[in-house]
Design a protein around this ligand. Structure first.
Ligand code: NAP
Length: 245
């Protein structure tokens, strides 16, 4: 397959990191976006380079419009643009709804929804020009079925699904596919606040009897981004062990 330029937001850790590694191992050029975890992002880029891949780490807070603009200016200068965009950067907010302050709500939406909006707006002109491109947005099962004490997060992840379906219809005629991956509970830092009992309860609710791995989510992302999924757009693929059917 022809090497593509792939930008993965929030790729220093967890699911984004697994996506970057998988795209790189498939022979694509990867841009590992991160906000704070510089050492982890640089170490990943180094590891992938040693395997013969093209990988660069780039620091930009997707909640900051100017930093996102600078990142896309750099990408335009280096590569022309991105062929694949994975909007993965995300933050959680676990609180009773009545404790969710407006600042909490804004912080979640600024990353999970507006970060996706900002990156997608700047990625699209190049894709439209090439009449080709693929966008994969990371939602969550909580965006499908909702989770108690995660109202802001669930609402933001439902917005990711609406965004995906609407944009897929708008840019399909330009040869651009837009899809969504809505993972179940995955063993990453995002869930490190869960105690043993919470984890056991989640495993029990999952027909496959365990949490998912970041690599299993990355496999779904790479499938949707790639040519095998050439006739798939506007869809939500949910690697969730049967938690939500
Ligand atoms: P994670 O381990 O907490 O990693 C989050 C990543 O996002 C980090 O690389 C972090 O970078 C980056 N990030 C956070 N805020 C950012 C910002 N403002 N700008 C740029 N990067 C930012 O989380 P994860 O579990 O891999 O989650 C990845 C995505 O999957 C998220 O969208 C999440 O909502 C979704 N998801 C996760 C689960 C799960 O169970 N883990 C389930 C469903 C969906 P720095 O460390 O550099 O700040």
């Amino acid at each position: 397959m022809k090497a593509k330029t792939v930008l993965i937001t929030g790729a220093s850790r967890g699911i984004g990191r697994a996506c970057a590694a998988q795209f790189a191992r498939e022979g694509h050029r990867v841009i590992i976006n991160y906000k704070s975890s510089r050492a982890q992002a640089e170490a990943l880029a180094q590891e992938l380079k040693q395997e013969g891949a093209y990988a660069r780490a780039y620091c930009a807070d997707v909640a900051d419009a100017a930093q996102v603009r600078d990142m896309f200016s750099w990408i335009a200068a280096e590569f022309g643009g991105v062929d694949v965009l994975v909007n993965n950067a995300g933050v959680a907010c676990t609180k009773m709804f009545c404790d969710v302050e407006e600042s909490d709500w804004d912080a979640v939406f600024d990353v999970n929804v507006k970060g996706m909006y900002r990156c997608t707006r700047l990625a699209l002109p190049y894709m439209v020009h090439k009449k080709n491109g693929s966008i994969v947005n990371i939602s969550s099962i909580w965006g499908i079925c909702g989770a108690s004490c995660e109202v802001a997060y669930s609402a933001s992840k439902a917005a990711v699904i609406g965004f995906t379906k609407a944009l897929a219809q708008e840019v399909g005629p330009s040869g651009i596919r837009v899809n969504c991956v809505a993972p179940g509970v995955i063993g990453t830092d995002m869930n490190h606040a869960l105690d043993k009992e919470d984890i056991a309860a989640l495993e029990e609710q999952t027909p496959l009897g365990r949490l998912g791995t970041a690599d299993e989510v990355a496999a779904a992302v790479c499938f949707l981004a790639g040519e095998q999924a050439g006739f798939i757009t506007g869809q939500v693929l949910s690697p969730n062990g049967g938690f939500v059917i």
